[in-house]
Design a protein around this ligand. Structure first.
Ligand code: NAD
Length: 238
């Protein structure tokens, strides 16, 4: 079994993708047929889709909310929360996932760069912050409005939109001496570039997943296996 040593001077940056939630029963993004849970990305996850068919976009995210509510954190999420509990401020987690399984496992120092399923925000970008919203909408008529009058949209970064918290993320990568990337295919940017930025800063870079990602050559170690089986025994904290 591989092991990664974490020294008292190390700062750890973790990036997770859909793969870490796979063992919780949430489907990953890139199915063989190019569909995500039976939908094409263009139909449900782009600004154009939102303009053309907001009811269809909400129907898709309502179904994702329902699935997310039923899912439970798995040993991979729990191992990362335990690592954070040991490292404190020397740990930072960036997830591409929109589920809340990291929080429910106990992670605290984390950002959701692609948004959060359990929130909604004004479609007019009026400046009001996202609001908690766990409603499983059955029709567009049920969807609320912002005080400014704009319709609420899912707090999700659609393809073609700029990910959230990028300056914060870049600062954390610059400080990291160890980057651990879990369960992401290395095909969605800018997240697929994080490993290159970390290498430029001299960090060790480790990938964990059942198969090498597209950007595998940028990692100093690739640990092949499922997150839920590998992560709990991976770190030797000194
Ligand atoms: P992806 O589907 O492109 O890649 C998933 C990766 O996970 C694959 O490389 C696969 O080998 C790996 N994997 C599968 N099972 C695993 C396991 N048990 N342990 C570890 N790795 C495993 O997903 P992506 O790279 O995250 O990018 C797609 C985008 O889809 C993300 O931006 C994300 O926002 C979104 N997404 C989120 C969720 C979620 O919130 N749970 C689910 C699906 C997609």
């Amino acid at each position: 079994m591989a092991s990664i040593s974490v020294a008292p001077v190390d700062r750890v940056f973790v990036l997770t993708g859909a793969g870490i939630s796979a063992e919780s029963g949430l489907p990953t993004f890139r199915a063989e047929d190019g569909l995500w849970a039976g939908y094409s990305v263009e139909d449900v996850c782009t600004p154009e889709a939102w303009k053309r068919d907001p009811a269809g976009v909400w129907a898709f995210y309502a179904a994702r909310r329902a699935a997310g509510l039923k899912a439970e954190p798995n040993p991979g999420h729990i191992a990362l929360a335990r690592l954070e509990a040991r490292l404190g401020d020397r740990f930072f987690l960036c997830t591409q996932n929109v589920d809340d399984l990291h929080e429910r496992a106990g992670s605290v120092r984390l950002v959701h760069m692609h948004g959060e399923l359990a929130k909604a925000r004004c479609e007019r970008e009026c400046g009001r912050p996202p609001v908690e919203d766990r409603t499983i909408y059955r029709s567009l008529d049920e969807v609320g409005r912002c005080p400014c009058g704009g319709r609420l949209r899912p707090h999700i970064v659609f393809f073609g939109e700029i990910p959230l918290e990028m300056e914060h993320i870049e600062r954390e990568i610059a400080k990291a001496s160890l980057m651990v990337v879990v369960g992401t295919s290395g095909s969605v940017y800018p997240a697929a570039n994080f490993v290159h930025w970390a290498r430029q800063g001299g960090a060790r870079t480790v990938y964990v997943g059942p198969e090498p990602p597209l950007n595998a050559s940028a990692f100093t170690h690739v640990v092949e296996g499922k997150a839920g089986e590998v992560l709990s025994g991976l770190f030797q904290v000194r």
